[in-house]
Design a protein around this ligand. Sequence first.
Ligand code: SF4
Ligand code: SF4
Length: 245
Amino acid sequence: MDILPGASLQEAVLSRALSLGADLAGICRVEDLRRSPSHRAEEEKHPFHWPREARTVIVTAVSHPEDKPEMDWWLLRSGKGNTPGNEILIRIVSRLSQWLSHDLGYACFPIPYHIERGGYYMKDAAVLAGLGCIGRNNLLVTPRYGPRVRLRLLLTSADLPPTEGSSFDPCSRCSMPCRKACPRQAFPGSPSRERAGYERILCDRRMKEDEASAEEILLEGQAARRVIYCRRCELSCPVGKEGPG
Ligand code: SF4
Ligand code: SF4
């Protein structure tokens, strides 16, 4: 049921995402995301499930400033738990999905965070949607918040025009404090323009150690694990440090 032409619906979707609490929102096409370098490289060993009806990827982001470490703490109330930061994104995407499907009649497909649980490469989607670029720290770097953002995707059958790509490239004139800050030397050598040069396994090990050393606390009356993740490659990036302008 098309009740708005594509361009107006695009505007309505973006403004709805922002009013629901997203700090950034953008749109890319499913076919473009499927052709992105990460998906093409992984497709053979890890076949992704792309819903047949899905045409558009809506990318939502919330900022995760340094003074809100609790966004990363694990609330333990159910199953494996979740982080408050992720819960904010899940809530935004779920309300956006309800509006698109119940009010406008489009099919929606919320996408899990982890690739191994059916997720997609969110950073590729964010770049295609014009939210920022992949920095030399291998993270999405946005003009307003630098790399200090968390992402979530929603696929929909609504056929929306993509938001504009971006030529944002802060790394080309930067001395790369992000790469020097890594305590695990996960960024070996000099990055080429195309590849950041990043040893994920070294970072994964550090994350597991951070999780293992977390203490159990009460967060807003709920049991939580206070995980202090290493974010040095994120927090040392000067982009967006002055806050949204
Ligand atoms: S610190 Fe510099 S090189 Fe690293 S991501 Fe930020 S802008 Fe790019
Ligand atoms: S999170 Fe920490 S260990 Fe991982 S790449 Fe960044 S600085 Fe290195």
